[in-house]
Design a protein around this ligand. Structure first.
Ligand code: G6Q
Length: 561
């Protein structure tokens, strides 16, 4: 355990390991992946690895063994291992908020000590898990009844950001494991169309509402929760005693929950050492536990824990999250690629890109270092994505032939849960073909020969040839898992969490605060008051004033054109 703060480091770009990489990059920029494969027949064997049930092939990146060695030197120089250990040891590594970062404690087995401020928190974590087990079993078995005696048929999770994206993503990812008779809904948007459309689908007598909000003050969630409460009471003769069977809360703010009228017995706590975007493992996962059952939810936690153990114990050179982080840094800071595309080739993982978008971009979308200085290098790339094969028929054109190079993380599952083998071989073939195409491309000679074989005239060939060339040399990682299960999903999410943490360390930024979301919230409060007021005041720039005026004219005349 590290009891004293680690010595502060020189700026990333002046460190010896960074400068060595910069030097090496002048040479690496001229490499083509085709040549790297041709000159090293064992490239796949040496640049792939397994951990916690996941297989990673990183051989289709523009790097060689020397690059990896230099990147590992950088990790050593930036004290990645010491900072990882500080996180697990409960040190307050979230410096700006003076908080520990202990989401890993949420998935530790019972009785594995996790110490925070001298106290073992494992007992508290497992007490909440026991509460989740008991409650989820009651709902799943039909023992938990609504106010009129009906069993619960629908569960609505009301939350946003970290209190929504994880459960929503897991809901589609673990569809195969779901209780057959329960329906799940997710309300997040402050837009009334979201809650309105959901309430239209459910029966107040058999619906359970989970209000998921760490702070219990988030405007979006509180507005949705209050509108839902009003709707419920309209159907329940205004009898607030009936709320107890239909509303439960997940939060760290007991006082606010009680003010809302939720029975403290129906409150599931979590703690300030769990960041919102790292909270799917906490009581925020209640809807997941109800959907897949507590045993499967425990497997989800165990999968993440297996990745935690790997992250803590594997040497740098064969540490999957650290390697992913270093390769990402190589792509971003040396090769200059500004975005990362995540392509899950599994329909049930279609919400994964949105989940990872928050994880990586809210954590590392920052440009001020821990010491308060503006950084002089790029940090988090823009993460986007879509499930394959849909992506191929939309914007993969740009990824293949556009002016920007966009590295891709392919994620594929070897065993499907359906019985349509031809679909699955076609899906995998498409996934592997895409990474091959990005890597190899198709050069002028190959295009020429192909067209010639098709009987195209030389004159026509020379006209169209440039359009048909693929430069290739576009990097990707491929992650494989045997089957999509709670355990492999847990490991996959933990892998990206740790990758994100390591990149934050390398960039010298705090991955665990999110001040960037505050300004908009602050300004919205005033604008909402202005929109609701009868009188029109002009307090902003001409654009904002003009938009407010137009909206007011429409809102206060109450006409829809
Ligand atoms: C995540 C963010 C953010 C948060 C939401 C909801 O790391 O902090 O996405 O989860 O703003 O916050 P509450 O759970 O407090 O409502």
């Amino acid at each position: 355990m590290h009891s004293s703060p680690l010595p502060s480091l020189p700026s990333l770009t002046t460190s010896a390991a960074f400068l060595a990489l910069q030097d090496h990059c002048t040479e690496a920029k001229n490499w083509h992946l085709r040549d790297l494969f041709a000159s090293a027949p064992t490239r796949f064997e040496t640049m792939s690895m397994q951990a916690a049930g996941l297989f990673l092939d990183y051989s289709k990146n523009r790097l060689n063994q020397k690059t990896l060695q230099l990147l590992c030197n950088l990790a050593r120089e930036r004290q990645v291992e010491a900072k990882r250990d500080a996180m697990f040891a409960g040190e307050k590594i979230n410096l700006t908020e003076h908080r520990a970062v202990l989401h890993t404690a949420l998935r530790a087995p019972r009785n594995q000590a996790f110490v925070l401020d001298g106290q073992d928190i494992n007992h508290d974590v497992h007490a909440v898990l026991d509460q989740i087990k008991a409650f989820s079993e009651k709902v799943r078995s039909g023992a938990w009844r609504g106010y009129s005696g009906k069993a619960i048929t629908d569960i609505v999770n009301i939350g946003i950001g970290g209190s929504d994206l994880g459960p929503k993503m897991a809901h589609s990812a673990l569809r195969e494991f779901a209780h057959p008779n329960l329906n799940f809904h997710f309300v997040s948007n402050i837009d009334g169309h979201d809650v309105d459309a959901t309430l239209a689908k459910v029966d107040p007598e058999s619906t359970l509402f989970i209000i998921a909000s760490k702070t219990f003050t988030t405007q979006d969630t509180m507005l949705n929760a209050h509108s839902t409460r009003n709707w419920f009471l309209r159907h329940a003769d205004g009898d607030t005693s009936k709320l107890a069977q239909h509303f439960v809360a997940i939060s760290s703010n007991q006082a606010e929950i009680q003010r809302f009228g939720i029975d403290p017995k129906n409150m599931f706590v979590f703690w300030d050492w769990v960041g919102g975007r790292y909270s799917v493992w906490s009581a925020i996962g209640l809807s997941i536990a109800i959907m897949i059952g507590f045993e499967a939810f425990s497997a989800f936690l165990a999968g993440a824990h297996a990745m935690d153990v790997h992250f803590q114990t594997a040497p740098l050179e064969s540490n999957m999250p650290i390697l992913l982080a270093l390769i990402g840094l190589w792509n971003r800071n040396f090769l200059g690629y500004a975005s990362l595309f995540v392509a899950p080739y599994h329909q049930d993982l279609r919400r994964l890109p949105a989940y990872l978008q928050q994880l990586e971009m809210e954590s590392n979308g920052k440009s001020v270092a821990n010491d308060g200085r503006q950084v002089n290098y790029p940090t988090c790339p823009i993460l986007w994505g879509e499930a394959g094969s849909n992506n191929q028929h939309a914007y993969f054109q740009l990824l293949h032939q556009g002016g920007d190079i966009i590295p891709v993380d392919f994620i594929a599952v070897l065993k499907p849960s359906h019985h349509l083998p031809q679909h699955h071989t076609a899906l995998l073939a498409n996934c592997f073909a895409q990474s091959e195409a990005f890597m190899r491309g198709k050069n002028a000679q190959e295009v020429h020969d192909e067209l010639q074989q098709q009987g195209v005239s030389e004159q026509e060939i020379s006209k169209f040839l440039p359009h048909k060339i693929f430069a290739g040399n576009r990097p990707s990682n491929t992650l494989l898992m045997d089957a999509l299960t709670p355990i492999t999903l847990g490991a996959l999410l933990a892998l990206y969490e740790h990758k994100t943490m390591v990149q934050g360390v390398l960039w010298g930024i705090n991955s665990f605060d999110q001040y960037g979301v505050e300004l908009g919230k602050q300004l919205a409060k005033n604008i909402q008051m202005e929109l609701e007021a009868q009188a029109h005041t002009e307090r902003h720039d001409s654009s904002t004033n003009g938009l407010i005026a137009r909206a007011k004219a429409s809102l206060h005349t109450n006409t829809i054109k």
